[in-house]
Ligand binder design. Structure first.
Ligand code: HEC
Ligand code: HEC
Ligand code: HEC
Ligand code: HEC
Ligand code: HEC
Ligand code: HEC
Length: 476
């Protein structure tokens, strides 16, 4: 007959409890020892001491190598809000004797640490990563929680842009960054993106793009590692592969160009630093922006207009937005009245991709808009034959003609379809009657806008044109 013995139960429970708790204590102890005695950085510093000893050539340096103190080392830089312990492992970083050693003992490449001493700059201002961390993995923080993981070596020049004018670093350790800044100004990015208040409105302003953290980006279709730089690279390769609804059309870019633009994007920040950290070239750059040079229309056109209008001499079908983008330097606009182009450029076209470019909208100065318009008009032949109706037309008859001949392209009530929005206020205010009617009669060469009255007067009659004009004018 089994005897139920409660005492035995209790003592068994106690044994288990004691076993478990001593295991816990042991684990804690191992943890404490591991993180204080057998740490990565201690091991590295002991190795470094051996290297020092091996390299010592005389008694004095042998003595100093022996007395090398294994202890936590850090650069504390309150001005940059940084406490960087990287030098606890990278002990030889500013020691020229370590130039041929392997990482983490090797001397820093180039003269960067001479120009930016460790005590004043630390490491993370250039490399990012987690300064306080004491393990290699946590310091680099690439697959983690940490907002600004360490940049890959090939993109680290991004950080130079925080304190320097990228252009000025060409040939001074910042070639990739300088190239990225140049591409940004010559390959049409400002057609859609503002930077420093200048640029189009279709894409977001990029002033703080370098501070983006990974979870602010659309990751669903991103292949490869989830880092901001991998996102940027893949997005430059093919914007629609990453953001399927994207209206971004970027020029064809080579891989080195993508690397340069990515570096430049990562350099953009609105973060500010104390004056003693801003290099003199960046101060000069600011002055140059405040006191701008004489406008260079060709350069402005490449910066702000080319991405959408291309050469501007022909109208083109845009497969991204599925509509025609007008020719703006062709002979067709020669019939437009004085001030017309100026107004379109200043105000843009409401409800279309054509943004306004005046100072408060796209950031262009009046002198720049004047120069651009002169550039668009250059080479236009003077117009001799223009025709405008002498009497008022019949709006409802005009509406019928419009539905038959125009609506398929310009949309109902001129609200835009695949061709320009005729109802747009900036168009209606600046276009003269003669301009509208002449455009309809002659069409626009090298664009999809057909001629509706051919020489010998086939096509629409003068009466038709008069009624059409009345209807087009009623759209406003
Ligand atoms: C616990 C030791 C440790 C700490 C702390 C540490 N590193 Fe390292 N670091 C290493 C080791 C080991 C390597 C070489 C192996 C590797 O690439 O991971 C290395 C490599 C590197 C490399 C070269 C990567 C490459 O592939 O070229 C850079 C750059 C670097 N560290 C920067 C930093 C910065 C910046 C910090 C501080 C935020 C830092 N490290 C903190 C141990 C450390
Ligand atoms: C002024 C910016 C800047 C500072 C400050 C800086 N680095 Fe670097 N570092 C770079 C750049 C840029 C590279 C990429 C290599 C190149 O192009 O020379 C680099 C490369 C490295 C490498 C890779 C091996 C090599 O030398 O090419 C290591 C390791 C490294 N840095 C560690 C550090 C540590 C540790 C600190 C802090 C003591 C530090 N760096 C401070 C900009 C900087
Ligand atoms: C946190 C700000 C900061 C960062 C980041 C930074 N620099 Fe500097 N750099 C300075 C300051 C300040 C000076 C001092 C000289 C001056 O005022 O022009 C300087 C000096 C220099 C010089 C010497 C200039 C001369 O005329 O003698 C070079 C070259 C240079 N930096 C290149 C770089 C490169 C390349 C990077 C990126 C890898 C970089 N810097 C990152 C602030 C910075
Ligand atoms: C025709 C207009 C257009 C042009 C030209 C254009 N972009 Fe974009 N861009 C967009 C639009 C719209 C988005 C938002 C949708 C998306 O993420 O693709 C965008 C997104 C971006 C983003 C991601 C921003 C973020 O944080 O979500 C970057 C970076 C970028 N563009 C950089 C550039 C650069 C650099 C160029 C020049 C090579 C350029 N773009 C040319 C329209 C344009
Ligand atoms: C096959 C499509 C198509 C048809 C049909 C068409 N248009 Fe156009 N129209 C366009 C395009 C495309 C443009 C812009 C041309 C350019 O400059 O690239 C344009 C330009 C215009 C302009 C000048 C607008 C501006 O922004 O300067 C007017 C006015 C105009 N069309 C009126 C009409 C009228 C009225 C009709 C009907 C009688 C008509 N169009 C029929 C495609 C068409
Ligand atoms: C994001 C694309 C985009 C950019 C960038 C852009 N445009 Fe346009 N632009 C358009 C579209 C689309 C239209 C037609 C608007 C409509 O449907 O009414 C247009 C129309 C115009 C017109 C009116 C043409 C006509 O037929 O009446 C002018 C002039 C013009 N743009 C000039 C410029 C200039 C100059 C720049 C550079 C400063 C520029 N655009 C930049 C897309 C753009």
């Amino acid at each position: 007959m089994p005897i139920d013995n409660p005492d035995q139960d209790i003592s068994r429970g106690m044994k288990w409890l004691m076993l478990v708790s001593s295991l816990v204590v042991l684990a804690l102890l191992v943890g404490v020892i591991k993180s204080n005695v057998f740490t990565e950085w201690r091991a590295h510093q002991k190795e470094y001491r051996k290297l020092l000893l091996a390299k010592a050539e005389d008694e004095a340096s042998r003595e100093s190598a022996k007395s090398f103190d294994v202890r936590m080392q850090q650069a504390v830089v309150p001005e940059l809000k940084a406490t960087d312990r990287c030098i606890s492992c990278h002990t030889g970083i500013d020691d020229p004797r370590m130039a041929d050693e392997k990482q983490p003992y090797r001397t820093h490449s180039g003269t960067l640490l001479e120009d930016h001493p460790v005590g004043k700059f630390g490491c993370t201002v250039c490399h990012r990563g987690q300064g306080l961390a004491v393990t290699n993995e946590e310091a680099k923080a690439v697959h983690a929680y940490w907002d600004y993981p360490m940049l890959p070596d090939n993109l680290t020049q991004a950080s130079c842009g925080l304190c320097h004018d990228p252009k000025s670093l060409k040939g001074r350790g910042g070639n990739v960054l300088a190239r990225g800044a140049e591409l940004f100004e010559t390959r049409g990015c400002r057609s859609c993106h503002k930077l420093g208040g200048r640029g189009g409105a279709l894409g977001i302003a990029l002033d703080n793009e370098g501070r983006k953290v990974i979870h602010q980006l659309v990751l669903t279709d991103l292949k490869g590692e989830h880092t901001v730089w991998n996102w940027l690279v893949e997005h430059f390769r093919d914007p629609q592969a990453i953001v399927p609804t994207s209206l971004m059309r970027n020029p064809t870019l080579t891989e080195p160009e993508i690397e340069a633009l990515t570096t430049y994007m990562l350099s953009l920040t609105t973060q500010t630093f104390p004056n003693e950290y801003i290099a003199s070239d960046k101060v000069e750059q600011k002055y140059a922006e405040i006191y701008p040079q004489k406008p260079d229309a060709e350069k402005l056109y490449a910066q702000f207009c080319y991405s959408c209008h291309e050469s501007g001499t022909y109208g083109r079908w845009d497969k991204v937005s599925k509509r025609f983008i007008p020719a703006i330097r062709g002979s067709g606009l020669a019939v437009s009245p004085a001030g017309f182009l100026e107004k379109q450029v200043r105000l843009g076209r409401e409800g279309t991709q054509m943004p306004g470019w005046h100072q408060q909208a796209g950031g262009l100065r009046d002198a720049e808009i004047t120069a651009l318009v002169a550039y668009l008009r250059a080479g236009n032949q003077p117009v001799t034959e223009m025709w405008a109706p002498k009497s008022a037309g019949d709006i409802s008859r005009g509406q019928g003609l419009y539905a038959q001949n125009c609506q398929g392209c310009h949309g109902a009530a001129g609200k835009g379809g695949i061709a320009p929005v005729l109802a747009s206020p900036s168009f209606q205010q600046a276009a003269s009657d003669a301009f509208i009617v002449t455009t309809v009669r002659n069409g626009r060469p090298d664009t999809a806008m057909p001629a509706f009255q051919r020489p010998g007067k086939t096509g629409l009659s003068d009466k038709d044109l008069t009624d059409l004009l009345a209807y087009v004018r009623s759209m406003k």
